[in-house]
Design a protein around this ligand. Structure first.
Ligand code: IFM
Length: 478
C-alpha cells in the first residue's frame, strides 16, 4: 500500500531507470578509515573534537572506525559482489598533507592510489571527494574556515590530490555539505571544531565557497579535459508550515541560509540580496573581497545533492524549536539572524535519527533544482536512512524499513526524471555502518552491517535488494 510519503503515482509498477544511470554507494574518510595515527596521518578537527569529553555520544572516536584503512580490499570486493557501479569516497586531508601545508605524504597518497586501482580493476567508478569535514587540526589552530588562508590551503591540497590521482579518477567533488562545515562547525558547535559564533559561521561559508572555486580551478588545470568536477550540497527542502506570509518568509530566510548561500555564488556568481539583508545586523560581509565571486563561480559538470528529510518552518510563536538542524542539540543556533524562525517536526514516520521519512521532498527538490539551474545535471550523492539494525541469531540483518525508504526515494527520483529533470545517478548512504559524527556508532546507516568488536561485515537485506536494483537498473514494483 502506498504511504503518504511514497510516490503514489508509481506504486505498483516496476520502474526502469535510463541507460547509463549510475548506481553507487558512498562513504567518508573519517567515518570509516580508522588508522588515525598511521603512516603519517595527523589529527583532524574531528579527532580533536571526538576526544573532547561530552562532544560525541559514548565518547566514540574515529580511531578505528570500520578499519577500512586495513580492510579496503575486502570492502571493494564486497562492492563488486553487490554489483555496485560507482563508489563515492573522500580523501582524508591530514593523511595526504598532514599539516595542511607543504609537501604530501607518499604513504597517504599511495593508500588512495591502491584503493582507486582496485576499484577500477573491479569495474567500479571512483568518485573522489576532497573534503568531507576532516580539516587538519593545524589549519584550525591557525583560524580554520573563518580565515581566508584556509581556502588557499585547500586549493593547494586539491592540486596535490589531482597530481596524484588525476590520471585515474575521472569524477571529483570539492566539498561535501559545506553547510554542515560552516553552520554546525562554527555556529551551533555540534560538529567539529565546535565553535559557536554566527559571524564565524558566515565567514566560514564564504571561505568554503572560495576554497571550492579555487579547488575547481586547481583540478581543472591538472586533470584531463573530460574529467568531471562537482560539489555536493545538502540542499534543504524547506517548507513553510502554513501559507501565511510570515511562514513563507521564514522558509525564504532558511532557504537563503541553507542553500542559496552556496548556490548563489557557486552557480550564479553572487550572494543573494535577501541573505545580505537578513544578516546585515551581524556582518557587512566585508570579508568578501573584490574578485572572490569570480573565483567561486566556476563551471561545474553536475551538482551533487544529498537529501534525507524535508525542513518545516514557521515564524516563531512559541511552538517548534529555534535551533533544530537534525544533527544534535545545542544552545546555539546554526541559523544566524533567524531567531524569529521556528522549526517543526514534519508529520509521519521517522528514522532512528528522528528524521521524517518523506520522499515527496526529494521529488520537489529535484524539480526545483532542475528549473533553477537548467542545463546542470544532478546526481544524488547521498540518500539513505539509519535504523536500529541488529544481527539475528542466524547472523542475518533484516532491514525492511530501509528497503522501503530507499525504494520510495528511488521512485521519487524516477518520477522527477520522467517529468524532465536531468538526474544522472544515485549513491546510497552508506556502504557500511560507520561513525555518525556526534552520534558516534549509535546510528547505523549502512547497507552492510559492521560488527564493531570484530570488524566483521554482514550485508543487510537492503544490500541484497539494492544490489538487484543496481544490476538491473529496475526498481521492482510494490
Ligand atoms: O553521515 C552523514 C554524512 O557524513 C553526511 N551526510 C549526512 C550523513 C547522515 O547524517
Amino acid at each position: 500500500m502506498a504511504t503518504a510519503a511514497q510516490d503514489a503515482s508509481t506504486a505498483g509498477s516496476a520502474l526502469t531507470f535510463p541507460e547509463g544511470f549510475l548506481w553507487g554507494s558512498a562513504t567518508a574518510s573519517y567515518q570509516i578509515e580508522g588508522a588515525a595515527a598511521e603512516d603519517g596521518r595527523t589529527p583532524s578537527i574531528w579527532d580533536t573534537y571526538a576526544r573532547t569529553p561530552g562532544k560525541v555520544r559514548n565518547g566514540d572516536t574515529g580511531d578505528i572506525a570500520t578499519d577500512h584503512y586495513h580492510r579496503w580490499r575486502e570492502d571493494v570486493a564486497m562492492m563488486a559482489d553487490l554489483g555496485i557501479g560507482a563508489y563515492r569516497f573522500s580523501l582524508a586531508w591530514p593523511r595526504v598533507q598532514p599539516t595542511g601545508r607543504g609537501p604530501a605524504v607518499q604513504k597517504g597518497l599511495d593508500f588512495y592510489r591502491r584503493l582507486v586501482d582496485e576499484l577500477l580493476e573491479k569495474g567500479i567508478k571512483p568518485v573522489a571527494t576532497l573534503y568531507h569535514w576532516d580539516l587538519p587540526q593545524e589549519l584550525e589552530d591557525a583560524g580554520g574556515w573563518p580565515e581566508r588562508a584556509t581556502a588557499e590551503r585547500f586549493a593547494e591540497y586539491a592540486a596535490i590530490a589531482a597530481d596524484a590521482l588525476g590520471d585515474r579518477v575521472a569524477t571529483w567533488t570539492t566539498l561535501n555539505e559545506p553547510w554542515c562545515s560552516a553552520f554546525l562547525g562554527y555556529g551551533s558547535g555540534v560538529h567539529a571544531p565546535g565553535r559557536t559564533d554566527p559571524v564565524d559561521a558566515l565567514r566560514a561559508a564564504h571561505h568554503l565557497n572560495l576554497g571550492h572555486g579555487l579547488a575547481v580551478q586547481a583540478l581543472r588545470s591538472r586533470i584531463p579535459a573530460d574529467a568531471q568536477v562537482s560539489v555536493t550540497l545538502n540542499i534543504h527542502h524547506v517548507r513553510p508550515l502554513t501559507d501565511a506570509a510570515e511562514d513563507v518568509d521564514s522558509a525564504r530566510r532558511i532557504d537563503a541560509l541553507a542553500n542559496r548561500v552556496y548556490t548563489g555564488p557557486m552557480l550564479g556568481g553572487a550572494y543573494p540580496e535577501d541573505l545580505l539583508k537578513d544578516t546585515a545586523g551581524l556582518t557587512d560581509w566585508s570579508f568578501v573581497r573584490d574578485g572572490d565571486l569570480t573565483e567561486i563561480h566556476q563551471p561545474l559538470d553536475f551538482l551533487g545533492v544529498n537529501y534525507y528529510t524535508p525542513t518545516l518552518v514557521s515564524k516563531a510563536d512559541g511552538s517548534g524549536t529555534h535551533n533544530s538542524d537534525g544533527h544534535g542539540r545545542s544552545s546555539h543556533s546554526p541559523w544566524p539572524a533567524a531567531d524569529e524562525v521556528a522549526f517543526h517536526q514534519p508529520p509521519g514516520e521517522t528514522t532512528a535519527m528522528g528524521w521524517a521519512v518523506d520522499a515527496t521532498g526529494l521529488y520537489d527538490l529535484l524539480r526545483r533544482l532542475g528549473s533553477d539551474f537548467p542545463g546542470l545535471p544532478l546526481v544524488i550523492t547521498e540518500n539513505g536512512a539509519a535504523f536500529d539494525d541488529y544481527a539475528d541469531p542466524n547472523g542475518e540483518v533484516k532491514d525492511p524499513a530501509r528497503i522501503a525508504y530507499v525504494r520510495d526515494h528511488l521512485a521519487a527520483v524516477h518520477r522527477a526524471i520522467q517529468d524532465g529533470t536531468d538526474v544522472r545517478g544515485y549513491f546510497l548512504w552508506s556502504l557500511l555502518d560507520n561513525f555518525e559524527w556526534g552520534y558516534g556508532y549509535s546510528k547505523r546507516f549502512g547497507a552492510v552491517y559492521v560488527d564493531y568488536p570484530t570488524g566483521r561485515r554482514i550485508p543487510k537485506a537492503s544490500a541484497r535488494w539494492y544490489s538487484e536494483v543496481a544490476r538491473t537498473g529496475v526498481l521492482p514494483g510494490v
